[in-house]
Write a protein that binds this ligand. Structure first.
Ligand SMILES: *Cc1c(COP(=O)(O)O)cnc(C)c1O
Length: 461
């Protein structure tokens, strides 16, 4: 990103205590106006975002290692995205594609057919949110197969609507008290190398073995011929940036194909250059039947998609899919511009550089910080799993403390994981090397400080 022109100074700059007075005042207003069920990771309010920084309403400039959860891959105010959106908004904001169609929707569908895995005939339907895309992928799979069962994995996250809550693994905060959930959803074991048992002979469980374990459970508990779809995140997001062992995804995809099951890759978090390829499936040449997309796709505009095999998607009767706002023209303009930026700036290559920078620093730190259990991930999707020293027991208290300490020093990092013990890095892929390294050094300092604080050691608990 050496000669990339940023609009805002790419710097970490704290000018008030945190939160500053304006953010604190907004928090007071918010308490009286906004539902308490919507939680925010940080207590400061955004005023301006560009490249790798978020500037708050008090003038503090934070290094952004979260991208609003992998959304602002091209930055929060990329000039090409801004112009494309302004141009579209000046002409029309909405007609409803189901009433009067427009070119942007068609162009996004063409582009997605181009860049998603596989060179078969494809179709696309656009939606507003990731959860809505997932719901529609399941509708399409059930309609095409005439079957109803859906298979999902441990640690999975697929959204917060009723069907996607059923697909999501974690109770708190996503499901607790919100049942009953949609039926005929079956959960099977994931491949999670860091928390995987060993074979009897002491060798590590391979990806193929983990796939066989999941498949055996589907066969015994559901029956392959009842399964409409298997849906999986190729690298799990909210569940803890879990990268399955090599061979796991290809084996599940192949078994799905052999049994007439629709294999759905949920690439809502991993898609669009994030993992160093256009899509995370590309790393093992896995070709999903359907792929669900959102987050990084449209430069921050709300847009989601289901793209996949023409014969599956076209099997749905006219009017069976859609939505008032789905494929909004302003969001489509944002997507076309954001995807063009990813191509022009080679953000896939940039994600691989970010992986190298982040892993080399974090692995070096892991050698002498005993709460770091594992550093993992791919491209610009990197995780640090924190443990009680000397064990593999999760350390969620340390994880919360690390995120808080990093924020105190001007770095926004997110946490995740079934056990709440994973620090996850999702920097905008246009972040500069200098800013990224500064952010990583602050993070490593925060992990070191927390590891040293006796109150958080295993012995003190
Ligand atoms: C964020 C996410 C979703 C849900 O997307 P929303 O736009 O929040 O509805 C679904 N699947 C994965 C893998 C996600 O990361």
């Amino acid at each position: 990103m050496a000669d990339f022109a940023y609009r805002l100074p790419q710097e970490r700059r704290l000018v008030t205590e945190l939160p500053g007075p304006r953010s604190a005042a907004l928090t007071e207003r918010r308490k009286r106006a906004v539902g308490a069920g919507v939680a925010s990771s940080v207590p400061v309010y955004a005023a301006d975002v560009d490249g790798g920084v978020v500037v708050d309403v008090d003038g503090n400039s934070f290094i952004d290692l979260g991208s609003g959860i992998a959304v602002t891959t091209v930055g929060g105010s990329d000039s090409a995205v801004v112009s494309a959106v302004q141009e579209q908004v000046a002409h029309f904001t909405h007609t409803c594609f189901m009433v009067t169609p427009y070119e942007g929707y068609v162009a996004v569908a063409e582009k997605l057919a181009d860049i998603t895995p596989g060179d078969h005939e494809k179709r696309t339907v656009l939606f507003n949110s990731g959860a809505e895309a997932v719901e529609n992928a399941i509708k399409i799979a059930r309609n095409a197969t005439g079957r109803s069962a859906v298979v999902v994995f441990d640690h999975a996250y697929h959204g917060r609507t009723n069907l996607t809550m059923a697909l999501t693994a974690k109770n708190l905060p996503y499901k607790d008290g919100f049942g009953p959930f949609a039926p005929d959803v079956h959960r099977v074991p994931m491949s999670y190398p860091f928390r995987e048992g060993m074979n009897h002979d002491g060798t590590a469980v391979t990806g193929t073995q983990a796939a066989e374990r999941a498949i055996a459970q589907i066969d015994k508990q559901v029956g392959a011929h009842n399964v409409a779809a298997i849906i999986i995140e190729p690298i799990q997001g909210e569940g803890g940036f879990i990268v399955p062992a090599p061979g796991f995804l290809p084996a599940i995809a192949q078994w799905s194909r052999d049994n007439g099951i629709v294999f759905v890759a949920d690439e809502i978090q991993t898609g669009f250059a994030r993992t160093g390829d256009w899509f995370a499936c590309d790393a093992e040449d896995v070709v999903p039947d359907l792929i669900t997309l959102a987050k990084g796709m449209a430069g921050g505009m709300p847009l989601a998609a289901v793209t996949g095999r023409a014969e599956l998607i076209d099997a749905v009767h006219g009017g069976g899919l859609g939505g008032t706002y789905g494929g909004n023209p302003v969001a489509c303009a944002g997507a076309l511009a954001a995807i063009a930026r990813m191509e022009k700036l080679d953000l896939c290559g940039r994600a691989r550089e970010i992986e190298q920078i982040a892993k080399s620093r974090l692995n070096a730190a892991a050698a002498d910080i005993d709460v770091i259990g594992e550093v993992r991930g791919r491209g610009g999707m990197i995780a640090v799993e924190l443990i009680q020293p000397g064990t593999r027991d999760p350390h969620p208290e340390a994880t919360r403390a690390v995120a808080a300490k990093a924020l105190e020093q001007g770095v926004i990092v997110l946490t995740c994981g079934t056990y709440g013990n994973v620090v996850r890095l999702l920097p905008p892929l246009v972040v500069s090397d200098d800013l990224l390294i500064e952010g990583l050094d602050v993070l490593i300092g925060a992990i070191r400080a927390v590891a040293d604080a006796s109150i958080l050691t295993g012995a003190a608990r």
